[in-house]
Design a protein around this ligand. Structure first.
Ligand code: PGA
Length: 251
């Protein structure tokens, strides 16, 4: 059966020392606890190796927040999937709305990134979600379906079964305006139905679909209690152990 996952997305926050400190504090807080979910932290590239070193990676998975769409070579400033994997990271967040909007990542570019991540044994946490205008004009289902189709539906069933999805309505990210549990469940059920149609019930049932967008200690339990919400991708509330732990413990 699919896994429950609580993944932090630090975004562009914390210098190296602060990041190591936060990772160590989380590691301490999780010691001796038996959890009902996998825990992941998504850090800036420069933190990956040190964080992977500082934590018990059996308890805390480490994720990059991006990787290059090229394998290697003359791409100044880029970081490849192979490099990410060599740090001890096991995951990579791909297709975050901030990457799509500010860095012009297209579905085609994301398709390449997903393939390279899989080739290097990284699990992609693939983000999808509509902007407010699309929801208000009732295009949200269509938009999310086409984001999934455009970047993921050429994958073999075997490769697709390695993907984690994160539904993040853009209007809820960093705004304090969370999707209601009903809105989250409705979209997650729609996503799962889309997966059933393409890859069949078994793969769809085994795919973890996380919710992201102003999830916090106060709303996590209600969000996670929905049958198709398998955890969260947490931005702001992953930046301190005090805020992140109660979300992990919401499972
Ligand atoms: P937020 O960010 O929890 O701060 O809204 C979530 C995300 O962008 O992954």
């Amino acid at each position: 059966m699919r896994k429950n996952i609580v993944a932090g997305n630090w975004k562009m926050n914390k210098n190296l020392q602060e990041g190591i400190q936060l990772a160590k504090e989380l590691n301490e807080a999780l010691k001796g606890k038996s959890l009902n979910c996998d825990v992941i932290v998504g850090t800036p590239f420069i933190h990956l190796a040190s964080v992977a070193e500082a934590v018990d990676t059996n308890k805390i998975g480490v994720a990059a927040q991006n990787c290059a769409d090229k394998e290697s070579g003359a791409y100044t400033g880029e970081v490849s999937s192979e490099m990410v994997a060599s740090t001890g990271a096991k995951y990579v967040i791909l297709g975050h709305s901030e990457r799509r909007a500010y860095y012009h990542e297209t579905p085609e570019i994301l398709k390449e990134k997903v393939l390279l991540a899989l080739k290097n044994d990284l699990t992609p946490i693939f983000c999808i979600g509509e902007v407010l205008e699309e929801r208000e004009s009732e295009k949200h289902f269509e938009v999310v379906k086409s984001q999934i189709e455009a970047s993921l539906f050429e994958l073999s069933p075997e490769d697709f079964s390695k993907i984690v999805l994160a539904y993040e309505p853009v209007w809820a990210i960093g705004t304090g305006k969370t999707a209601s549990p009903e809105q989250a469940q409705e979209m997650h059920a729609f996503i799962r139905k889309t997966l059933v149609e393409k890859y069949g019930k078994e793969i769809a049932d085994n795919t973890s679909i996380l919710y992201g967008g102003s999830a916090n200690a106060g709303n996590a339990k209600e969000l996670f209690s929905n049958p198709d919400v398998d955890g969260g991708l947490i931005g702001g509330a992953s930046l301190s152990v005090d805020k992140f732990m109660p979300i992990i413990e919401a499972f």
